[in-house]
Design a protein around this ligand. Sequence first.
Ligand SMILES: Cc1ncc(COP(=O)(O)O)c(C=O)c1O
Length: 460
Amino acid sequence: MNSLVQPNDIRDVIEADRAHVWHHLTQHKTFETVDPRIFVEGRGMRVWDATGKEYLDAVSGGVWTVNVGFGRESIANAVRDQLVKLNYFANSAGSIPGALFARKLIDKMPGMSRVYYSNSGSEANEKVFKMVRQIAHRHYGGQKYKILYRERDYHGTTIGTLAAAGQPERREQYGPMPPGFVEVPHCLEYRGQYGDIANYGERAAQAIEDVILREGPETIGALCLEPITAGGGVIVPPAGYWETVQDICRRYDILLHIDEVVCGVGRTGKWFGYQNFGIEPDFVTMAKGVASGYAAISCTVTNEKVFNLFKDDPSDPLSFFRDISTFGGCVAGPAAALENMRIIEDENLLENTTLMGERLRANLWELQTRHEVIGDVRGAGLFCGAELVSNRQTKEPVEEKQVQAVVAACLANGVIIGATNRSLPGLNNTLCFSPALIASASDIDEVTGAVDTALTKVFG
Ligand SMILES: Cc1ncc(COP(=O)(O)O)c(C=O)c1O
């Protein structure tokens, strides 16, 4: 046990937590009989909880965020130095780290040109929705206001982004949803909807065109997609999908919004997930890995075509993007993001992500040969899913509680993995892996070793 915190010091903290903290995504009735888990320390790939128990974290802070790993003093120092110099000024003015990070980021995103700062992935996506609506009003007589989103994708927790959620269990009980959001079908070939065909990717993209024609192309402003669906089951679109999507957007004058909140900043082995597929987006949003959780920052990045739609007659008081995010002016965010990006470059973490991602998938495929319950393994870079089924022929999903039992068995053995949860009725059956980009071969083997043991324990 390496933790600096002794169990007796922490009892008071646990009681304060139990009495007053409302945890995210948590049913609190459970805490009447068990203690809430409190993490107290992290270094590299490892974290320690309040009891001193050590864990290997295969989900980068629980929700694919801490891309460069825990305990990075150089990021803490960069943030500290910036805070004592100037902690905040509203982002209607510029800042040194804001300008420098925007330039560094745009260097990694050929074709894009402008960065709008805010605090969370949800907020970054809301900015796009507002931009699309304003473009509709100013340039299309209010007509092109609809936003298409895809079944199984997720874009955030606010009411606006929930309206664009392709995950019914996330929206359930929070309606009514705002109008103007329209769903298109998912593209997961493993659960194919168009039969056993050769050009599945193209066909899945054409399903988007069918929706556009049904709704009327003149009513649709944007298409919002995750490059690789994350919480909806780690879905890598099949070959042919993205070329067709891009073509459809161009033909119908629809802006393409890629949500890189999970894939952005290295997760797939490229700086951005869309760069695996040669896409040219109009909007790219990002959050989690931008500063690896060392500070809250999100970015809504646009190309110059979109930006120019907001450059207009200065005497018109409504002509510009009338939006502000108070904490989008916190300069800790871009200060941390600059150092985060330097680390990824200097430590060759994109290369490591590609190599270790291949190892992770190879290990999972090997487990698939021995565990009948693994129906499908998919992913890119250090971002993988393993879908669990009770029957490989019918692809009947295992029950969510069995998936959670696998996660719990790994946790008990000191390895934190994730799973799709409370998203898709009957289909919360995918184990998720997103270790930090610094993962070593032995870390990867430890993760899959724990999964091997857990699958045997739960399914025999
Ligand atoms: C793809 C995607 N977009 C957006 C979000 C929302 O980000 P945040 O929780 O920072 O608002 C998430 C969160 O998990 C996400 O996975």
